[in-house]
Design a protein around this ligand. Structure first.
Ligand code: GLN
Length: 544
C-alpha cells in the first residue's frame, strides 16, 4: 500500500512550493524509494491549456499529451521520470466529472454535495495515480495557499485521507514564508502561526513546517514556531533563498528532512546518495563564461511563461561549461523600434512557442536577422512557423507569405491548419498534443544532434507547414530534416547556407534534464558559444 505526503502552502503564493515538492521527491528517490507526484490546482479551468501564459505561466505538456501546470516540469526535471495526465488535477476536472456522473444518473435520488461527492472524486484521483504509478510514495501538492475559497474541497479531501488510509501512512507538510521587517531587522512568525491555525481549523495538524525566508533562521525563531504551531523543533525546516533551484534538495537533506520523513512514515530506505546533485550544484556555482542568448517572445513580461525553455538553455550551457546570459526581448518592441539593435549582442536567438498574431512581425524580424547575419537560431513550434514565414517571404520575393492563424486570406499560406483540425470547434484539449515520432534526415544538423534516426518529442499545435510550398522553399535552401514517419508532416527544418538555423514543430524543451540536455538545445549552444558578439574581441595568442 502506498504512503502519501500532502504539501500545503501558507502566507503567500510563489514561495517555491513546487520546487520544494520536487526536492522532497528527490531526496526520497535518492534513498531508492519509488515516488510519484501530483499537483492539485484549485482553478475551475479543466486544464491550463486555455489560460494565457502571461497569466498562468508555461503550459507543460506530458508525453501522453496532457496540458498541465509548469510544476510538473520541475517534478520531471528533478526526479527524472515522465509523468502522465494523472499527475495534474484541477477543480474544473473534478466538478466536470461529478456533474457528468450526476447527469448519467449515477447518484439517482441523492443530493450532490461538496462533501462527500466532490471530495470522493478528488480522493479517487489520488488512488488512480497510486495505481498507475505503482510508486511506494505519492507526494501531492495542493496549489494556492491555505484559506483560498477554491482550495477548500482539496484540503477537506486530504484531511479525510488520514482516516481512510491510516495515520501512519499520511504526512502533512506545510510550506510557509517568514517575512523580514527591515525597520526592526527581524523575521516574523505570525503569518505562519495564522496559516497553521487555519489548517488546524479544518482538522489538519502539520507534521513538518518548511520555512522559506530570504534571511537565516535562528534557533529562537524555530523554537517559537515549534511552540505556537505544536510541531517538534526538529520538524521546523529552514529553507533560505538560494542561487539555484537545484540546490534545494541538498539544503533540505542537510536539515534532516529526508531522515525525518523516513522515521515518521517508518519507510524502508537505503543510504541516501545525492552525489550527482552535489556535482551539479558545484558546477552551477562555478563561474563560467556566459553565452548571450536572445529569447524573442510575446509573453516575456512573465518569465515563468518560458520556464522549460530557460531550464533547457541552462542544461545545454552547463554541458559546454558555459553560463547563459538570457536577453529577454519582447517581440512587440522589435516591431515598434523598427531596429535590430537589441539583437546585436546576441550569439544565438531562440523564438519559442505562442499563439495569436500579437508580436509575430517582431519574431519574423528576429528570424530575418538570424538568417542574414548567420546567427544561430532555434525555433520552437511557433518559432519554426515564424522561420518558415520569414524564409518564404525572402524565397518568394513577397511580403505576403504568412500563417493562416495570422492572416486567413494570405495568397501564400505557408503555415496552415492541420487537416484534422479543420472541423475542430472546441478550443480546450483539442490540439495535436504529446509525443509523436519524427524521422530524421541523415547528415542534417538535427540528425547529428540526436545521433539517431527516429525520435519522439512532445507537441502542442494546431497549425503546420503547408506541403504545397515544400519544393519552392527547398529550391532556395530549406532542408526538411525531420518528417512524420508517413512523410506527411514537417517536424524539423533547417537552412543550408547558414551555420545553424534549425527549427522544430515540437517542444524539445520539455524533455531536457539537468545533466542530460536536449540534443537540439545542446548543439544550438555549442554553435552559439563560438559566435563573436558585436564589440567583443577575439582572444589573441599571448606569444607571437
Ligand atoms: N500557434 C501555433 C499553432 O497552434 C504554434 C503553437 C505553439 O507554439 N505551441 O500551431
Amino acid at each position: 500500500m502506498p504512503k502519501y505526503i500532502f504539501v500545503t502552502g501558507g502566507v503567500v503564493s510563489s514561495v517555491g512550493k513546487g520546487i520544494t515538492v520536487a526536492s522532497i521527491a528527490t531526496i526520497l528517490k535518492s534513498r531508492q524509494i519509488s515516488v510519484s507526484v501530483q499537483k492539485l490546482d484549485p482553478y475551475l479551468n479543466v486544464d491550463p491549456g486555455t489560460i494565457s501564459p502571461a497569466q498562468h505561466g508555461e503550459v507543460f505538456v506530458t508525453q501522453d499529451g496532457a496540458e498541465t501546470d509548469l510544476d510538473l516540469g520541475n517534478y520531471e526535471r528533478f526526479i527524472d521520470i515522465n509523468l502522465t495526465a494523472e499527475s495534474n488535477v484541477t477543480s474544473g476536472q473534478i466538478y466536470s466529472a461529478v456533474i457528468t456522473k450526476e447527469r448519467r444518473g449515477d447518484f439517482l435520488g441523492g443530493t450532490i454535495q461538496v462533501v462527500p461527492h466532490v471530495t470522493t472524486e478528488i480522493k479517487e484521483r489520488f488512488r488512480k495515480l497510486a495505481q498507475k504509478s505503482q510508486a511506494e510514495m505519492i507526494i501531492i501538492e495542493v496549489g494556492g495557499t491555505v484559506g483560498d475559497i477554491e482550495g477548500q474541497p482539496f484540503l477537506e479531501a486530504i484531511r479525510q485521507m488520514r482516516n481512510d488510509v491510516g495515520r501512519d501512512n499520511v504526512l502533512y507538510i506545510h510550506v510557509t514564508l517568514l517575512p523580514y521587517l527591515t525597520s526592526t531587522q527581524e523575521l516574523k512568525t505570525k503569518p505562519t502561526q495564522h496559516s497553521v491555525n487555519e489548517l488546524r481549523r479544518i482538522g489538519i495538524q502539520p507534521d513538518i513546517i518548511i520555512c522559506r525566508s530570504d534571511y537565516p533562521i535562528s534557533e529562537g525563531i524555530r523554537d517559537k514556531i515549534s511552540l505556537f504551531c505544536d510541531v517538534s523543533q526538529e520538524a521546523i525546516i529552514p529553507l533560505p533563498t538560494v542561487d539555484t533551484i537545484y540546490e534545494v534538495p541538498l539544503i533540505l537533506e542537510e536539515e534532516g528532512l529526508g531522515q525525518l520523513i523516513v522515521d515518521k512514515l517508518s519507510l524502508k530506505a537505503h543510504q541516501t546518495d545525492l552525489s550527482q546533485w552535489q556535482e551539479l550544484v558545484r558546477c552551477l556555482k562555478t563561474p563560467r563564461e556566459p553565452v548571450n542568448i536572445a529569447l524573442v517572445g510575446k509573453y516575456v513580461e512573465l518569465k515563468d511563461a518560458y520556464f522549460s525553455v530557460r531550464e533547457a538553455l541552462r542544461h545545454a550551457a552547463l554541458y559546454h561549461d558555459r553560463d547563459i546570459n538570457l536577453l529577454w526581448i519582447h517581440s512587440e518592441d522589435l516591431e515598434r523600434d523598427g531596429s535590430d539593435a537589441v539583437l546585436r549582442s546576441a550569439q544565438g536567438i531562440v523564438v519559442p512557442g505562442g499563439f495569436g498574431i500579437r508580436g509575430i512581425e517582431g519574431m519574423v524580424r528576429a528570424a530575418a536577422y538570424a538568417r542574414n547575419n548567420e546567427i544561430p537560431y532555434l525555433g520552437l513550434c511557433l518559432g519554426m512557423q515564424v522561420m518558415v514565414i520569414e524564409f518564404a517571404r525572402y524565397a518568394l520575393g513577397s511580403n505576403e507569405p504568412n500563417s493562416t492563424e495570422f492572416d486567413a486570406s494570405t495568397p501564400y499560406p505557408v503555415i496552415d491548419l492541420l487537416p484534422d483540425q479543420k472541423d475542430v470547434k472546441n478550443k480546450g484539449g483539442t490540439m495535436r498534443l504529446g509525443n509523436y515520432p519524427c524521422q530524421l534526415l541523415d547528415g542534417s544538423h538535427a540528425a547529428k544532434a540526436y545521433g539517431q534516426s527516429l525520435v519522439y518529442e512532445r507537441h502542442r499545435h494546431r497549425f503546420e507547414f503547408n506541403n504545397k510550398f515544400r519544393s519552392q522553399l527547398q529550391e532556395k535552401g530549406m532542408v526538411y530534416s525531420g518528417l512524420s514517419p508517413d512523410g506527411k508532416l514537417i517536424e524539423l527544418c533547417e537552412l543550408v547556407n547558414h551555420p545553424w538555423m534549425v527549427s522544430c514543430q515540437f517542444h524539445p524543451e520539455f524533455s531536457s534534464r539537468p545533466g542530460r540536455p536536449n540534443p537540439l538545445f545542446r548543439d544550438f549552444i555549442g554553435v552559439a558559444k563560438d559566435i563573436l558578439r558585436e564589440g567583443a574581441q577575439p582572444s589573441l595568442p599571448l606569444t607571437p
